[in-house]
Design a protein around this ligand. Structure first.
Ligand code: SF4
Length: 500
């Protein structure tokens, strides 16, 4: 689609809205608008105390116009002014787009992966929950069901934020190994069948990164508030390896204020009583057992080497271990699945009474086997309407079971432009998930593929430091890892100075 801007250069905002409305289009800047080819001219002007935007769109021979207006923001407040300019441009583009399309996407004019930020910010500025919700539904045209999801999550985000102290961070440790690779996976996880010999050297370097990170965090004067060991599948490690890793973490970091400690035990074929005992004895209170589906033929189509019966056995082992909080992940939209199959999977999971349930929507990404030739059409993929039916059942069944949504995010390439939602029994919200998704404070990341996110809560700016993704790169990168931890501690120490 040809894009032309007048009075601004907000490319990112325009492209985000273009992908929301017309996901198959790609931006073109070097071709003039003809009034015949698909294209949009986005104009930004300033009036008496207002910012005004106008979008003139040509789409498959249709010509539509959208306009929007928001209160002006003084130029000296550059962050807020940028947000206001982007908002008004997106709204004008959206209005022109839906008139041409004749329908509205489920998240309306909201773009980006974090739809909860908008109502959260509105309430922080003093809006009531009703006002924040009205803005979602009336200004951004979010559907009532999704506005309700976002509002529940915004309330959970504000509660989490209030509970955080300024000298706290969250810690993530990435274990990029899995027993086998799932068909939809784009993650760099190495399957241990082929990469087993890399596990001991990986662990050796990880222990040294733990030492470096703990020392740097102490130097900066910060402590760990929540800790998440993810992957990959951390329980690919043996009980002894888990004991060594978690033991070292407990020994080196100050965990006296760590109120939540999660280990992903995602694949039931990796869960044993010995591993759970090692996890429990090191202070872990939350694990994630991830069936994705309880349909054996769907599991087989995903390339998983286990059955639904194995998931039930693994769940029993977790309950017997005494770990108090269990999350279970399901995916709507898996190949070979149907609305009836998804309903049966969710009903079986709910019968187990897990404290948390996360409902993902299948996101096909480059790098996954299902993506195949890049067409995105895998065998037996449910339609967008069927996925919508699955999600709508999930919302009512989960609420009927006393679960409430507490965090959500969207992904690019997500089927039907839907979302992933974390549900919880009240009081069992995962603080780490909220902090991560809503970018409430710094996440210090260790291990393969870990991305440290340095959050400046005063400016809203975020800097990232990425660890090497692949185990064979990671084991060669100790100096780089140490440097990254030093940079993170310098950032945190400077933030501390800023506060005083
Ligand atoms: S368990 Fe997760 S990380 Fe591992 S292969 Fe499957 S989808 Fe990928």
């Amino acid at each position: 689609m040809r894009l032309e801007f007048r009075g601004h250069d907000y490319k990112y905002a325009a492209e985000q809205m273009m992908l929301t409305l017309f996901p198959e289009e790609r931006p073109q800047y070097d071709l003039p608008l003809t009034g015949e080819e698909n294209g949009v001219c986005l104009t930004l002007t300033e009036g008496e105390g207002t910012l005004n935007a106008r979008a003139e769109l040509t789409w498959n021979g249709k010509h539509t116009t959208g306009t929007a207006q928001v209160p002006a923001v003084p130029a000296e407040n550059s962050l807020l002014r940028d947000r206001a300019c982007q908002k008004v441009l997106k709204l004008a583009f959206y209005r022109a787009g839906v008139e041409a399309l004749g329908h509205e996407p489920p998240w309306g004019a909201l773009t980006g992966v974090r739809p909860v930020k908008l109502p959260t910010r509105a309430m922080e500025r003093g809006a009531t929950p009703d006002e924040a919700r009205r803005e979602l539904e009336e200004v951004y045209r979010v559907s009532p069901g999704r506005a309700e999801l976002a509002m529940d999550c915004a309330k959970a985000s504000l509660a989490a934020k209030r509970s955080l102290k300024e000298d706290e961070v969250s810690l993530y440790i990435g274990i990029p190994f899995c027993p086998t690779r799932c068909a939809y996976c784009s993650f760099v996880s190495a399957d241990v069948g082929r990469a087993l010999k890399l596990l001991p050297p990986f662990l050796e370097v990880l222990l040294q990164e733990v030492d470096a990170a703990a020392a740097e965090l102490k130097r900066a004067g910060y402590v760990v508030r929540s800790l998440y060991v993810g992957g990959g599948t951390p329980t690919t490690l043996s009980a002894e390896q888990l004991n060594v890793l978690l033991g070292r973490v407990g020994e080196k970091f100050d965990l006296s204020r760590c109120t939540e400690y999660t280990v992903e035990a995602g694949r039931p074929d990796t869960i044993t009583a010995e591993k759970l005992a090692a996890i429990r004895n090191n202070g872990v209170q939350r694990v994630s057992v991830n069936p994705q589906t309880m349909q054996d033929h769907v599991l087989a189509a995903m390339g998983r080497a286990h059955t639904a019966a194995d998931i039930l056995k693994a769940f029993e082992l977790v309950r017997a271990s005494g770990i108090p909080c269990v999350n279970m992940d399901l995916i709507a939209g898996l190949p070979q699945d149907t609305p009836a199959g998804f309903r049966a999977s969710l009903d079986q999971v709910l019968a187990l009474e897990p404290e948390n349930v996360t409902v993902h929507t299948l996101a096909l990404k480059k790098g996954s086997r299902l993506m195949g030739d890049g067409s995105g059409e895998g065998p037996g993929l449910p339609t967008a309407e069927e996925v919508a039916e699955m999600l709508s059942y999930a919302w009512s069944a989960l609420r009927a079971h006393g679960q409430v949504p507490y965090y959500l995010y969207r992904q690019k390439y997500m089927s039907g432009s839907f979302e992933n939602v974390g549900w919880t029994k009240p009081g069992w919200e995962s603080l780490y998930n909220i902090c991560m998704m809503e970018e409430l404070h710094t996440i210090l990341s260790l291990g393969g593929g870990g991305v440290t996110k340095l959050v400046n809560p005063y400016t809203g700016r975020i800097e990232r430091i990425a660890n090497p993704k692949y185990p064979h790169e990671y084991v060669e990168s100790l100096e780089k890892l140490r440097t990254g931890k030093r940079q993170a501690a310098d950032f945190l120490a400077a933030l501390r100075e800023e506060r005083h």
